[in-house]
Design a binder for this molecule. Structure first.
Ligand code: JFZ
Length: 500
């Protein structure tokens, strides 16, 4: 990730130093010891309790779609791969180095004249997402290239100038909403080819006037999206790391307020704005800016404590850091269904959502590899999704077998590492008055034996419940042990300490 950020910043022609804060939101948080007076801090509470936010917490699985002009080249041009010269497939406009085509930027900026996705069928995408088990989706209305997939009044560089003409954002919002999937709109603040855009802090009067026009344009587009697509649940902001945006904290604070007033219940992640000390994601007191932590990207938290009780989601690519369409997957490690299931359960077990990215091609077709993964994930979800939807972090010692999730009086253990002795040992703190009393495997009718092993307490004051897996049971993927929780039969306190 570090390497990527460096590349990214170099490509953008900037020389920004990456401060310690960037490390903060992908690792354990360090709260400052003294509290500062902050004027442009959080607008919403750390833990919103309204219905929209409750739905967010229950999603479990989401879909991200990166679609735009970059889908046409698909990370290559005239047979030459951009792997060596661009940070990611959706960054292909920044292609540089010896392999880059002549006048590449100009070629790219004219791609909209060919954008005519003949196979695009938003309803088919939404059906696929539904079958996969996604409960929400995030769609790129406008990526860093600035090309808007909706007919915005505020720029000519939009879908109505393409041969396709029709409003793609509307098709996507309507189709997914009809399938019962909540829609969030990805929106890049940063724009590569907008003459009013500036990455550094505006200093001269001329620069200030320019950048103020840009800010007004951004605000207009966002209000326009809320007017056009009132069904949406939230915005997923990106491209907010430049000095110009960071210095505009008063504007962005007021803008966030205005968006929320216009659209009650709107969900905005922590990537939107910073406080007056330019502290991003979290303000200078370490309090989250926005409704959920939006920094988990191609990396998951190692420990639940790192999250400090914040809501969060993790967004993930299938090929290494390729968000937009990549025609050629050969020679790349592409994540497998098992990899993705592991990440899904890892996220959900720590109260996060897992969002898998798809990058359709220039005609609107998913990559065949994506179709295969969506199908396999969906097959797994059909049997096991009750361990995902609406579940929460379980307050149990972490297990090497897999991940715990819980809902009411049920505990789920999604097993990724099957024990060779077929005993799934559940460690329960001795004080707990809710322990496994019965167990089954999802998708399998047999009842499993649950034995309270007579070894007293371990030195961490846990007592053990052993779930015995049937010898003949076979599974080619992770499987879920569903346990009912109930009162312990005998009080573990009475057992002699540390018998084991
Ligand atoms: C951003 C975009 O640049 C990228 O194209 C994609 O849309 C992704 C979802 O978001 O990429 C980022 C942004 C921030 C970091 C890394 C990649 N980061 O801070 O580590």
């Amino acid at each position: 990730m570090k390497i990527f950020r460096k590349t990214m910043l170099t490509l953008m022609g900037m020389s920004l130093a990456i401060g310690p804060l960037s490390a903060q939101w992908t690792g354990p948080k360090q709260k400052p010891t003294e509290r500062k007076e902050i004027k442009y801090g959080p607008i919403t509470p750390k833990h919103r309790t309204d219905a929209n936010m409750e739905s967010f917490r229950n999603y479990g699985l989401g879909q991200f779609i990166h679609w735009g002009l970059y889908a046409i080249p698909g990370n290559e041009w005239e047979g030459v791969s951009a792997r060596k010269g661009a940070a990611a497939s959706e960054w292909i406009r920044t292609w540089s180095g010896p392999d880059a085509p002549k006048n590449w930027k100009e070629t790219y900026d004219n791609l909209y004249k060919q954008f005519n996705p003949k196979s695009f069928d938003a309803k088919a995408w939404a059906k696929q997402a539904k079958n996969m088990g996604a409960k929400y989706m995030i769609f790129t209305t406008k990526h860093h290239d600035g090309f808007a997939l909706w007919p915005t009044q505020y720029s000519d560089y939009n879908i109505s100038a393409s041969p396709y003409k029709k409003d793609i954002v509307k098709e996507v919002v309507d189709a997914y909403t009809a399938e019962g999937i909540d829609v969030y709109l990805y929106f890049s603040i940063l724009e590569w080819n907008n003459p009013d855009y500036l990455s550094k802090e505006p200093k001269s009067e001329e620069e200030k006037a320019k950048y103020n026009r840009f800010l007004q344009y951004t605000k207009n587009q966002l209000l326009e999206l809320l007017t056009n697509y009132p069904q949406i649940k939230g915005f997923w902001f990106d491209g907010t790391w430049d000095a110009s945006w960071k210095k505009a904290y008063e504007f962005t604070y007021n803008l966030e307020k205005e968006l929320r007033e216009k659209h009650p219940g709107l969900i905005i992640g922590s990537r939107f704005r910073n406080d007056e000390f330019e502290s991003r994601h979290f303000d200078s007191n370490g309090d989250i800016l926005g409704d959920y932590e939006q920094g988990w990207e191609r990396k998951l938290p190692q420990s639940y404590e790192w999250l400090d009780g914040n809501d969060w989601d993790a967004v993930m690519t299938i090929p290494p850091n390729g968000w937009g369409y990549m025609k050629d997957w050969t020679g790349l490690y592409t994540k497998t269904t098992d990899d993705l299931l592991d990440m899904l359960m890892h996220s959900v077990s720590m109260n996060g959502n897992f969002v898998l990215n798809f990058g359709p091609d220039g005609q609107g077709n998913m990559h065949p590899g994506e179709d295969k993964l969506a199908k396999e994930l969906g097959d797994w979800m059909k049997v096991n999704s009750e361990a995902v939807y609406g579940t929460r972090h379980a307050e149990l010692p972490v297990t090497k077998l897999g991940y715990y999730t819980t809902k009411n009086n049920t505990l789920y253990l999604t097993v990724f590492n099957r024990p060779v002795n077929n005993i799934a040992r559940i460690a329960v703190p001795k004080k707990s008055n809710s322990v496994p009393v019965s167990a089954e495997i999802l998708g399998n009718k047999t009842t499993l034996k649950v034995v309270h092993s007579d070894i007293g307490l371990d030195l961490d004051k846990n007592t053990y419940y052993d779930v015995v897996l049937p010898k003949g049971f076979k599974s080619t993927r992770a499987f879920v042990i569903k346990m009912q929780l109930g009162e312990p039969k005998k009080n573990a306190d009475k057992l002699m300490d540390a018998k084991m």
